[in-house]
Design a protein around this ligand. Structure first.
Ligand SMILES: [Zn+2]
Length: 522
């Protein structure tokens, strides 16, 4: 999982091999040792087995690999370090599917897309770094290569800043949290927050890199910035004090933006980004651009002055102007900006990568136009790969069948789609139990979207191959949606969606747990 490009079992008298528990790596691939051993031992070390001999094959792509399991042993040819880690994950999975033994077989494998990501929101609820490590392990096992960390939002700022300590003292904590959707008064009254220390994040970056995964940090602007503006109110158009949000969604409280007409804003953003770039070495940096309600910019004399001076058509282009200045700063440092698709505008730097999530209000067509004109994009359609949505709204089959494309993308534009990225937003996910319930087994489904050829995969076959993975989740002590594959009627789905949005965001989890208890008794 994801299904390899080509897998041929070559049994001789039904002979099987002991599982692979070690690897020998040539010079040039030593960096893969930690990740490969971690993959082979994921879910508990197996009894001593064989050692795979890995060789470097420059004719393969950097993520491509081939495996030959025969009576002579296990040989792997890898195009690069990540490929050697992926080969180890495949060997571990083959053994898990065959009762702990390896079948004699040949595997040829390479990914369909170069970008296979998961985005994690650690702002709406803060998760200990150990949770992120557990996700990274599974992502590597499923051959993902990008972890996008959503580090700033209205409800909390999660990156340790030495230059701006109030970001942590003030911006990383909120006084309370909304308990129930749509009912402003339903607050739990419990202080919530936290942030990752730079040394923790550097260690995470190294750990993920050893498993073939690069980390993309996100500093969301100009909206979703209330936690930062609570710490430094002078960065907003109107500087009255605000608090870190205790509500979710986009409404009155989130109408405060960074002032696009103030030099102070740019000094602050570039200085803070400099701190982030020191910790996150990967080329790509997400700068948000989503869901920014521009009412304050319409009134702010400084913003309006810039709008006139720069000859901008409207506030949407003013946002483009702001994002462009930040994007230009990133380019000077050899980095590239990613922007959410609802932040696209005519004047936006054509080199900024679009992350498509929002298909409504003409945004799909706008995104497709940009892609057809040469703009690169990552596909994250919210109705298919937003893992925080209930299974009633986004069943596993819908996630599995997601094709990361848009109807209006023409053939020559298709090459500009870098790949797929799932996301898990955590407004209603306040525990690791709930997090993994929403992520598993969806993570396996999107892995296949990003890796396997479109015509090589079938949902019923996926479900059959998924079964041994449930045992892995249990061995790792991770919660998962046990009955996500069960088909449900339209009526049940409508009822489930209503329950999630109007009554109880945890109902599916509770129902799943009680069904599991029942099955256990039987
Ligand atoms: Zn302003």
């Amino acid at each position: 999982m994801p299904i390899p490009k080509c897998l041929k079992e070559t049994p001789r008298n039904g002979q099987t091999l002991p599982p692979v528990t070690g690897v020998s790596l040539p010079s040039g691939l030593e960096g893969a040792l930690e990740g490969a051993l971690a993959m082979l031992a994921l879910g508990g070390a197996q009894e001593a087995g064989t050692t795979a001999r890995v060789t470097l094959d420059g004719s393969l792509g950097p993520e491509a690999y081939e495996i030959d399991c025969s009576e002579e042993g296990v040989a792997v040819r890898a195009g690069g370090e990540a490929a050697a880690v992926y080969a180890a994950a495949t060997l571990r999975q083959l053994a898990a599917e065959h009762g702990g033994r390896l079948p004699c077989c040949k595997v040829e494998d390479a990914p369909r897309f170069g970008w296979r990501g998961l985005s994690l929101d650690v702002c709406r609820h803060f998760f200990p770094i150990g949770t992120v490590y557990r996700l990274v392990d599974l992502m590597a096992y499923y051959k993902y290569n990008r972890l996008h960390l959503h580090l700033s939002d209205d409800q909390g700022f999660r990156f340790e800043s030495e230059r701006y300590p109030l970001l942590n003292d003030v911006g990383s904590y909120r006084a309370s949290t909304l308990k129930k959707r749509g009912s402003a008064a339903a607050q739990d009254g419990v202080r919530h927050g936290g942030y990752y220390r730079k040394r923790e994040l550097r260690a995470l970056v190294r750990y993920a890199k050893a498993r073939g995964i690069e980390i993309v940090p996100e500093l969301d602007l100009p909206g979703h910035a209330l936690a930062i503006l609570a710490a430094y109110p002078a960065l907003a158009c109107y500087t009255e004090p605000v608090e870190v949000a205790t509500y979710f969604g986009v409404s009155d409280f989130s109408k405060k933006l960074f002032c696009a007409g103030s030099g102070q804003t740019f000094t602050f953003l570039c200085s803070l980004l400099d701190e982030m770039l020191e910790v996150f070495p990967f080329e790509y940096v997400h700068i948000g651009g989503d869901e920014a309600v521009k009412a304050e910019w319409k009134r702010c004399p400084n913003c309006q002055q810039v709008l006139r001076e720069q000859g901008l058509k409207n506030e949407r282009e003013l946002q483009g102007y702001l994002l462009n200045r930040v994007s230009a700063f990133l380019k000077e440092r050899g980095r590239r900006a990613i922007v959410w698709n609802d932040g696209l505008c005519g004047n936006l730097d054509p080199e900024a990568v679009t992350q498509f999530w929002m298909p409504f209000f003409g945004e799909s067509a706008r995104t497709a136009r940009r892609i057809n004109a040469g703009g690169r994009a990552i596909m994250s359609h919210c109705l298919h790969v937003y893992y925080d949505y209930p299974y009633a709204l986004t069943p596993l089959v819908k996630t599995y069948r997601y094709e990361p494309c848009l109807r209006k993308i023409r053939a020559k534009g298709a090459a500009n789609v870098l790949g797929v990225e799932a996301a898990v937003w955590t407004e209603w996910i306040d525990s690791e139990e709930k997090l993994f319930f929403n992520v598993l087994p969806r993570l396996a489904a999107t892995a296949e979207t990003g890796w396997a050829a479109q015509n090589g995969r079938r949902y019923p076959d996926f479900l059959r191959r998924l079964l041994p993975h449930y045992a892995l989740y249990e061995a790792l002590g991770l919660n998962y949606a046990r009955f996500a594959e069960k088909p449900v009627s339209l009526l049940q789905r409508i009822r489930g969606i209503f329950t999630f949005f109007a009554r109880d965001t945890h109902a599916e989890l509770l129902q799943d747990a009680s069904e599991a208890r029942k099955q256990h008794k039987n």
